[in-house]
Design a protein around this ligand. Structure first.
Ligand code: SAH
Ligand code: SF4
Length: 374
């Protein structure tokens, strides 16, 4: 098996490395290549992968079916360390919890657990911050610090599972960052989450949300990925979307809709359009009518998200306005859902995730209620 060139793998022929290898960053295939380099049997990779993720161990010495000699070798060259939970916020009105997760370089991201009656969803971050600067989003206001590694993404799930009251059923890449700006690592993370020796979550229970990166949507279609795709549309006119989502100046609504059509035609999978509803911006019945015309071009459902406050210039429309918008939208030939976000009392709802990074342990609102430090 060829060793992937982007990985610095340990070889017993090479001089001892100073930096330990982060095994959590490896896919199963990459781990197999690593063990072949070590002149070990590839099935060791399956064992270690299962220990790391399915069984969630944090020390090589806990891997009871691995020989002492191999454990000693792994301890010398590799590490399972990736991230640490430094803070947990608990919503006062429901079971939603937000975890502040710190990477080895001190940067922090947030992951959210959303238990509901019929499912338990985990919202994962893909980047520290985001470069896309959408005007209504707290993460966008941070700018981009860096991409997360595969291990840093999957580790969030390991931590959230440890505090979940019930088994996790759904994963959404709707936390901090633009998943398609970190395409390869996010796809590797999704594969690990899906793998039977990882977390065994069905591909159709894993959703990637993008602000509309057209080349990556086409790539996702060409690769025939089985994970679900959501596209944040949020406006029906280029003049509106140019202001709300600067990415629209690069790929406008028609170019985006064409890519979405390409995706559904190629994969036969339904796509979700997300539409954040903001007072006086995109919430009129005229907006709804235009949204119907756009959505009817694509095999899709539309998920309406009433705006969550980030202390910016926007506001959530009144219930009456939301109802009128939904009524008009219901004339379209596609399903419509509304995401009444949970966890906004702890800033854990869509668009509210943001951290003060680097060496800090504090969230944007460190004084919010019901928080505990671990
Ligand atoms: N970058 C990706 C995924 C993260 S954002 C994307 O943009 O799709 C996840 C979702 O939260 C997106 O649909 C986005 O439009 C929405 N969102 C951002 N800010 C929001 C806010 N203040 N209120 C409600 N939803 C918001
Ligand atoms: Fe980034 Fe998505 Fe927020 Fe836009 S909405 S700034 S793409 S995280």
């Amino acid at each position: 098996m060829l060793v992937p060139s982007h990985l610095k793998l340990y070889s017993y022929l090479m001089p001892a490395q100073t930096q330990p290898i982060h095994l959590r960053d490896y896919t199963l295939e990459e781990l197999e290549a690593f063990f072949i380099e070590l002149r070990e049997k590839p099935f060791r990779a399956r064992q270690v992968f299962q220990w790391m993720w399915q069984k969630g161990v944090t020390q090589f010495s806990q891997m009871t079916n691995i020989s002492k000699a191999l454990i000693a070798r792994l301890e010398q060259t590799a590490t399972l360390d990736r991230t640490q939970v430094v803070h947990i916020s608990q919503s006062s009105s429901n079971e939603t919890r937000k975890l502040l997760v710190r990477m080895l370089d001190g940067k922090t991201v947030e992951a959210v657990l959303i238990p509901e009656e019929s499912r338990v969803t985990v919202c994962l971050s893909s980047q520290v911050g985001c470069a896309l600067d959408c005007d209504f989003c707290a993460t966008g206001k941070m700018g981009l610090a860096r991409n997360l590694s595969t291990g840093e993404i999957v580790d969030q799930l390991r931590h959230v599972m440890a505090v979940s009251p019930r088994p996790v059923t759904n994963i959404v890449f709707m936390g901090m960052g633009e998943p398609f700006h970190n395409y390869d690592r996010v796809m590797n993370a999704a594969r690990t989450i899906h793998h039977e020796l990882g977390f065994g979550i069905g591909a159709r229970k894993i959703t990637l949300s993008t602000s509309g990166l057209v080349p990556q949507i086409r790539r996702f279609a060409d690769e025939d990925q089985r994970f679900k795709l959501a596209v944040s549309l949020n406006a029906t006119l280029d003049q509106q979307r140019d202001i709300l989502m600067p990415i629209n100046r690069k790929w406008n609504i028609q170019t985006l809709v064409d890519a979405c059509r390409y995706y559904v035609e190629k994969t036969r999978n339904m796509l979700t359009f997300e539409y954040v509803l903001m007072t006086g911006i995109n919430d009129t019945t005229g907006d709804a009518r235009r949204l119907v015309r756009i959505a009817e071009q694509v095999f899709c459902k539309v998920n309406v998200i009433p705006y969550n406050d980030i202390k910016g210039t926007y506001q959530r429309p009144s219930d009456q306005t939301i109802e009128a918008f939904l009524k008009e939208l219901s004339t379209g030939k596609f399903p419509v859902t509304v995401r009444w976000s949970r966890g906004d009392d702890i800033d854990a709802a869509c668009g509210q995730l943001a951290t003060i990074s680097d060496k800090s342990d504090t969230t944007r609102h460190p004084s919010k209620q019901n928080t505990s430090t671990v």
